[in-house]
Design a protein around this ligand. Structure first.
Ligand SMILES: Cc1cc2nc3c(=O)[nH]c(=O)nc-3n(C[C@H](O)[C@H](O)[C@H](O)COP(=O)(O)OP(=O)(O)OC[C@H]3O[C@@H](n4cnc5c(N)ncnc54)[C@H](O)[C@@H]3O)c2cc1C
Length: 469
């Protein structure tokens, strides 16, 4: 009797998941996900992500049950739990996805050592567009910059199609535990977590909601046709795909998105917007392969410094810079943030407040529902200009605000007191437009000394000398 264990981590789907296509097919199969207890203890996973994760797990369990299988979810130390299950079931093989993160790879190495005398532990690449054989360079040779990576990949660009979901799966090992704990038993705060309605979009974890969103973005709303013009948006549901939480948890694979995009192009023709979306998927790819190359170095080496009052104010959305504070409030209220806002809040923290980038990356890890080890830590390093690509980057936040939120609609949404000021640059510099009513920012970089004045059509400011009451 061959009994296998599939250890699911950030690949919470049945479609295009090679772990379910094991050859030869085992007689019995146990599927398990383990929430690492240390993440809860160290506050590395916040309530928003935990709530989303639980939705993904419940959805996945439904898909597995439909196919004659089931899901076991445990909270604890993942390698220990998977090893105990393998020993108790006398498993013939454990299969797990090859994750990008160093910690995850170390966990697999530990499991392999522990099960040396029991069964092999096999890793399988999935979730990305490419895989090691199709990557046009060795992982050790992934170039330091994205543009060089893209040039190399574009020369031999061939993405395999996604596989379908299995129709049936082997039966559950007799007597083996199954089911998942209620979220309120694991974390009452996560069970009670609700996204702020100001976010204007509701994310729901799971494979089915992921497909609905993909379908909507491509075929339902046709938003993909405008993506190149809208992707730097801040307000609204469809300026970008918002697929990141599902991609990060593996409810959707990048190949599934790519296939759908190709289908759309077959009907409508490729255009700069569909190409731009493909290019974003390539950014994800770049960070994935870069993380696998870098290992532990991705996290920046030594321990980060202690948190200080500047960092705390940034986390709370209380720096006094509306464009930054709006982003941080959106993050706290919804667990998600547009790419434009992420870049700006990160830049202000690192370049203007002078705070260590690793504190920001760790805060994002806790708050984001789309947290992905490679994309998060890779993007933070990129903005900080450390590690593989050390070019100087830094935004003039007020100019960014002027360009991407000219009326101040975004900041007023997350800080309603700003709506009292006339639409325009006053809302981005309330300490200048209504001194006394709004505090001065924690840091005013030298290049902001000159106020960015309203456009002629926006009139002079301050509009209300005392500012809002
Ligand atoms: C400081 C910082 C931290 C970030 N942390 C994460 C993270 O933890 N997880 C995450 O998925 N993305 C992260 N990103 C990248 C990017 O901001 C998000 O992927 C994107 O905003 C998600 O929205 P979307 O799905 O609508 O993206 P779209 O614009 O619709 O793009 C489609 C997909 O392409 C991928 N993608 C787009 N931009 C990037 C990028 N710069 N890097 C990597 N992949 C990208 C994502 O998978 C995304 O879902 C971070 C960016 C910054 C600047």
């Amino acid at each position: 009797m061959k009994t296998e264990i599939v250890w699911l981590r950030n690949d919470l789907r049945v479609a295009d998941n090679p772990l379910f296509g094991g050859d030869p097919r085992p007689d019995q199969l146990l599927c398990v996900h383990v929430l690492d207890r240390r993440w809860l203890a160290d506050r590395r996973i916040g309530p928003a992500r935990l709530a989303f994760l639980w939705q993904c797990l419940i959805g996945l369990r439904g898909e597995l049950l439909k196919r004659g299988s089931d899901l076991l979810v445990r909270v604890g130390e993942p390698e220990t739990i998977v090893a105990s299950l393998a020993e108790a079931l006398d498993a013939t093989r454990v299969r797990v996805r090859q994750e990008a993160g160093w910690e995850e790879a170390r966990g697999v190495a530990r499991l392999r050592r522990r099960l040396e005398a029991v069964c092999p532990v096999e890793t399988q690449e999935s979730g990305t567009l490419l895989d090691t054989p199709r990557l046009p360079m060795a992982i050790e040779a992934v170039p330091p910059s994205f543009s060089r990576f893209r040039r190399r990949v574009a020369r031999a660009w061939r993405v395999p199609g996604a596989r379908g979901a299995p129709v049936t799966l082997p039966p559950w090992p007799s007597g083996a535990p199954r089911g998942l704990p209620a979220l309120h038993e694991v974390c009452p705060t996560a069970a009670a977590w609700r996204a702020s309605p100001a976010g204007g979009f509701r994310f729901e974890g799971g494979e089915a909601p992921a497909r609905v969103r993909l379908e909507h973005f491509l075929w339902g709303s046709g938003a993909v046709a405008r993506y190149r013009q809208t992707r730097n948006g801040l307000v609204g549901a469809d300026f970008s795909t918002r697929l990141s939480p599902w991609l990060a948890h593996g409810c959707l694979s990048a190949r599934q998105v790519h296939d759908a995009l190709c289908d759309w192009e077959d009907e409508h023709g490729a255009n700069p917007s569909s190409e731009a979306l493909r290019s974003e998927l390539l950014w994800r790819e770049y960070f994935h392969w870069a993380a696998r190359q870098e290992g532990r170095a991705l996290f920046g080496g030594r321990e980060p410094p202690a948190r200080d009052s500047r960092f705390e104010a940034w986390c709370r959305g209380a720096t006094g810079v509306p464009f930054v504070d709006a982003g941080m409030r959106e993050l706290a209220g919804t667990g998600w943030l547009s790419n434009r806002a992420r870049q700006n809040v990160a830049s202000y923290l690192i370049k203007d407040l002078g705070v260590d980038w690793r504190l920001g990356a760790a805060w994002f890890e806790r708050c984001l529902i789309d947290y992905d080890v490679a994309s998060n830590w890779g993007n933070w390093r990129y903005v900080a200009g450390v590690g593989r690509d050390t070019r100087e980057r830094g935004f003039h936040i007020l100019r960014q605000a002027e360009h991407y939120d000219p009326e101040g609609a975004y900041v007023a949404r997350w800080q309603p007191a700003l709506a009292e000021l006339a639409p325009g640059m006053a809302r981005h510099q309330p300490w200048r437009a209504a001194p006394g009513a709004f505090p001065a920012p924690l840091a005013v970089p030298d290049h902001w000394q000159e106020a960015l004045l309203p456009r002629p059509d926006q009139g002079a400011w301050p509009h209300r000398p005392g500012g809002p009451s």
